[in-house]
Design a binder for this molecule. Structure first.
Ligand SMILES: N[C@@H](CC(=O)O)C(=O)O
Length: 292
């Protein structure tokens, strides 16, 4: 029987890690593991929504990626995490931003989608909302997110004048099509190294760094402020729906028209089973991705 589902994931680590060949192999292994966990859900007849969440959760639990456990530090040496999940076929989404004590922001985003009447909750509101739920998870302290490597990254960034953005896409994301042709997208990030307190990026905003409907699903990674300003994910959907572009043409168009000079990676799938990976990162390993 031919495979009747698609799953694409991406995830990025810090520069110091990417430069080390051995660590790069570990990153590939961790990505493969996240892909297998998500695709098992699809193989067993599960939904695209559960599959993207599973893959993103696995990457959030791995200290290598800039999401969950491995999140970068902001300017004050704190972690402020964001995530979004979108159920394309149902037209629902949930997002969290500036979350400080949430181990798996993607699970929190799913709770926002399913257990609140809102689309986005930020800051202390996230913790309060989660603690009000019946099945609550224990909050984690700042030590959970601490890694020496991320700390060195912040120190280097601050001593260089804190002017540069992440120099390759680091957010983790997944898009999937299940055997019932339902699409979903999920994305999670620690954001930009040395970002200002309270900064919200594209990963928390549907239409900027993430989008899904009943025809296509997209997640983005890279310079989030550029994705926000150009409503990148929404633009891809709009070119696809209203201009008759193929998924690849739509992704390429925004890449050349709106993201020239900004670091960017985009993954997308549609109900025709097209699976797209587009990046302007110089080297393949700078936008690590896998698909089944
Ligand atoms: N998009 C993320 C960063 C990244 O993907 O590297 C942000 O700007 O928050």
């Amino acid at each position: 029987m031919s495979q009747d589902y698609t799953l694409v994931i991406h995830g990025g680590a810090g520069e110091e890690m990417m430069l080390n060949t051995q660590v790069n192999e570990v990153i590939e292994f961790a990505l493969q593991t996240a892909l297998v966990l998500g695709s098992q859900v699809l193989q067993q007849g599960g939904s695209s929504l559960d599959a993207v969440q599973r893959s993103v959760e696995a990457m959030e639990d791995c200290f290598l990626f800039n999401a969950g456990k491995g999140s970068v530090f902001n300017k004050d040496g704190k972690n402020e995490l964001e995530a979004t999940i979108v159920d394309g076929s149902a037209g629902r989404s949930g997002s969290v931003a500036c979350a400080k004590s949430v181990k798996n922001p993607i699970k929190a985003a799913r709770c926002v989608m399913e257990k609140s009447s809102h689309a986005l909750i930020v800051g202390d509101g996230v913790e309060e909302f989660l603690q009000g739920l019946e099945e609550k998870e224990k909050p984690v302290g700042p030590e959970y997110f601490y890694t020496d490597i991320r700390h060195r990254e912040l120190t280097a960034k601050l001593s260089a004048g804190n002017t540069l953005k992440n120099n390759h896409p680091q957010t983790v994301g997944a898009v999937a099509l299940d055997r019932w042709h339902r699409l979903a997208a999920a994305s999670s990030t620690g954001g930009l190294v040395g970002k200002l307190k309270g900064r919200v990026g594209d990963t928390a905003v549907v239409g900027a760094g993430i989008y899904a409907d009943d025809k296509l699903a997209v997640t983005c990674s890279g310079d989030g402020d550029a994705f926000l300003r150009h409503t990148v994910a929404q633009k891809i959907a709009s070119l696809y729906h209203h201009k008759g572009y193929s998924l690849r043409q739509a992704c390429r168009e925004v890449m050349t028209e709106n993201l020239k000079g900004f670091c960017a990676g985009i993954i997308a799938v549609d109900t025709k089973g097209d699976a797209i990976i587009e990046t302007n990162a110089g080297h393949k390993s700078e936008f690590s991705h896998f698909m089944v």
